[in-house]
Design a protein around this ligand. Structure first.
Ligand SMILES: *Cc1c(COP(=O)(O)O)cnc(C)c1O
Length: 386
């Protein structure tokens, strides 16, 4: 992988020198400045070609990502949400089927299940990893269960040994939601590459973010890849002849060109996130809060750095007052969302998830955070507990 441009350190120091007391939750402009020339030339090349839909950049990015994640195929689509939706559809999941997933995730995970006509069935999470608990998933399997969607939340892999085992034992498809976990591994193998398929997102805030919406499905199944390529262009293999009723869901050339540039740096950026996380972990030792826990086989890429504290709302107010960005992912679990009332859940159905939504808070995390900024975050957090 190519190294970071040498000016990035300088730029990052500049952004901290200007404003040491304030630390944003996420900052895009420093990263953009560091690769500005490359991004602009990539975007220009698309405009010069005047080819905007499924030409050279998309297949090139598909090949590069399949090769990096170790899958046979990758299929570019319009968003991470569509990546999940189309994968379920291509797996033949629809009305009358059940798909098990976590209530502690971004809405799109469950939304994609509902869009196929299938029913999202929730199972509780592990209190330490925030990820779907395989034992709780087993309890939810019925005759109607067709698939499981483990979500690699905050950039940390689920226990893929267990999920692949459950899939084999019950003949269930495993669809990985890897929207937050680009580059994260389990036993050295890339998230997204274990199951029947994996969904990636290039939403700008994700570790590998584009300049708008975009997504990709990775899979090693020839059959699934072929079906997905057809579904994303209205179900037609030969133009204007339709074997299926598909939809329009394509990654566009501009997004593919931008993501291709960023792909060269993603390993370095993820490494920086890991270094920042290590610094936070060490600096928060001894405080009455829980830092992110990682099982030995997981190598997280810290899409978010999320801690648990009983005084969450007070800490959030203290951080904000002191100019430190923070966020709550996620404040309301999916089983208690108004739109899922028809599933008939109530408070107390998933106690670990519910407790986590009340105690979780995410601190500033992006590759370009400087040492000074990290120290500032730590000192404001430590001050809160004094
Ligand atoms: C972002 C995200 C998605 C959806 O991706 P989009 O590209 O925004 O549609 C799905 N699942 C999870 C866990 C996400 O964080």
């Amino acid at each position: 992988m190519q190294k970071m441009p040498s000016d990035i350190q300088e730029k990052s120091q500049n952004h901290s020198k200007n404003n040491v007391s304030k630390v944003p939750f996420i900052d895009f402009s420093t990263q953009y400045q560091s690769i500005r020339a490359e991004i602009q030339s990539a975007v220009n090349s698309v405009f010069e070609s005047q080819q905007f839909v499924l030409k050279e950049h998309v297949p090139r990015l598909e090949k590069a990502i399949a090769s990096q994640l170790g899958t046979k195929h990758a299929v570019g689509v319009a968003s991470g949400s569509d990546a999940l939706y189309l994968s379920l559809w291509a797996l033949g999941i629809g009305e009358g089927d059940e798909v098990i997933t976590t209530p502690f995730t971004f809405f799109a995970t469950a939304g994609s299940i509902s869009r196929t006509g299938a029913k999202p069935v929730f199972a509780d999470i592990d209190p330490k990893t925030f990820n779907l608990d395989p034992a709780k998933v087993r309890e939810k399997i019925t005759k109607r269960t067709k698939a499981i969607i483990p979500v690699h939340l905050f950039g940390q892999s689920c226990d893929m040994d267990e999920f692949m085992k459950i899939g084999r034992e019950h003949s269930l498809a495993i669809l990985e939601d890897a929207a937050q976990s680009y580059g994260a591994t389990w036993s050295g193998k890339q998230t997204g590459s274990f199951g029947s398929a994996g969904g990636l997102s290039f939403f700008p805030t994700k570790n590998l973010g584009g300049a708008g919406d975009g997504g990709m499905i990775v899979t090693s199944s020839d059959e699934l890849a072929e079906k997905l390529r057809i579904l994303r262009v209205h179900g037609s293999k030969k133009k204007y002849y339709h074997d299926f009723i598909g939809i329009n869901s394509r990654l566009d050339e501009l997004q593919a060109a931008v993501v291709s540039v960023k792909l060269k740096y993603i390993d370095d950026w993820n490494k920086k996130r890991q270094e920042h996380a290590k610094f936070y972990d060490k600096s928060f030792a001894g405080l009455p809060l829980a830092t992110p826990y990682s099982p030995a086989k997981a190598s997280p890429t810290y899409h978010l750095y999320s801690i648990l504290t009983d005084r969450r709302d007070e800490l959030a107010a203290h951080l904000e007052k002191n100019g430190i960005g923070c966020g709550v992912y996620y404040p309301l679990p999916l089983h208690l969302q108004p739109c899922y009332q028809f599933l008939g859940h109530k408070q107390g159905d998933f106690p670990v998830t519910e407790k986590t939504t009340k105690t979780v808070i995410s601190l500033p995390m992006f590759p370009e955070l400087t040492a000074k900024e990290l120290e500032r975050v730590v000192s404001v957090v430590r001050e809160f507990y004094r």
